[in-house]
Design a protein around this ligand. Structure first.
Ligand SMILES: Nc1ncnc2c1ncn2[C@@H]1O[C@H](COP(=O)(O)OP(=O)(O)O)[C@@H](O)[C@H]1O
Ligand SMILES: [Mg+2]
Length: 215
């Protein structure tokens, strides 16, 4: 529980910070595996930079003897994405649901998230989606893991991605990411922009770009 005397609110504390040369994941062995609280903070900063507003605020704080990511607790969670699929529920408003899901896919390609499972997408009572748990993101690969996930993009997010060069990203993220991790984000941002520019040229802006409703 956090309080500044005026506002009192729950927070999640994540202090994981692991490096392994080889690590057995559900998808096979991953080399130079990292699982780090720092990525929760980097994900929040990047979400803010793109103005997605889909990752709860996450900051670095010392908790006991360890530096941790302290993340705003999302209230009014009705279900996870896992629950939604299992219970075969649907948002009453596809117009606001679909763009949020496309934003999730986009974000995961950008941060190269290896751990987007249904438990890491929280859905509130009003069908707003929150992305949490990015501790297994920010791999250094310089390609897109699932480019086919990218079909639509918010017009303003595309322009914000276009502005994400290595200098901007270093200023934003160097407290939490290594140079190689930042370079990975910059390269993937470039690839995403290229992919969407090509789609717009081929299919027309109307089939590729949308305007995200305000959250
Ligand atoms: N900021 C948050 N707001 C609300 N619930 C959260 C938040 N962070 C975590 N949780 C809950 O705790 C669970 C575990 O947290 P998570 O960060 O996903 O860690 P891990 O999957 O590594 O155990 C989540 O699936 C979610 O139910
Ligand atoms: Mg999780």
């Amino acid at each position: 529980m956090l309080s500044d005397g005026t506002v009192t609110h729950k927070a999640q504390i994540q202090d994981v910070d692991i490096f392994e040369r080889e690590f057995q994941t559900l998808h096979g062995i991953e080399f130079n595996f990292r699982d780090s609280y720092k990525y929760n903070i980097a994900a929040y900063l990047l979400d803010k930079q793109l103005e997605l507003d889909m990752v709860p605020v996450s900051v670095a704080r010392r908790v006991g003897s360890r530096t941790s990511a302290v993340t705003w607790w999302v209230d009014d969670v009705a279900m996870t994405e896992w629950d939604r699929v299992e219970q075969k529920l649907r948002s009453p408003s596809p117009r606001t649901w679909a763009p949020q899901m496309y934003a999730v896919r986009l974000f995961d390609q950008l941060i190269d998230n290896t751990d987007r499972n249904g438990g890491n997408l929280l859905i509130t009572d009003d069908w707003v989606i929150w992305m949490i748990d990015h501790t297994r993101g920010f791999r250094t690969r310089k390609s897109l893991r699932s480019p086919n996930d990218l079909e639509w993009i918010d017009r303003s997010v595309l322009e914000k991605l276009r502005a994400l060069d290595e200098t901007t990203l270093t200023e934003l993220l160097s407290d939490y990411l290594t140079g190689a991790e930042i370079e990975g984000v910059a390269v993937r941002a470039g690839l995403i922009v290229e992919l969407f520019d090509e789609r717009v040229a081929r299919l027309g802006a109307g089939s590729v770009l949308y305007d995200l409703p305000p959250r």
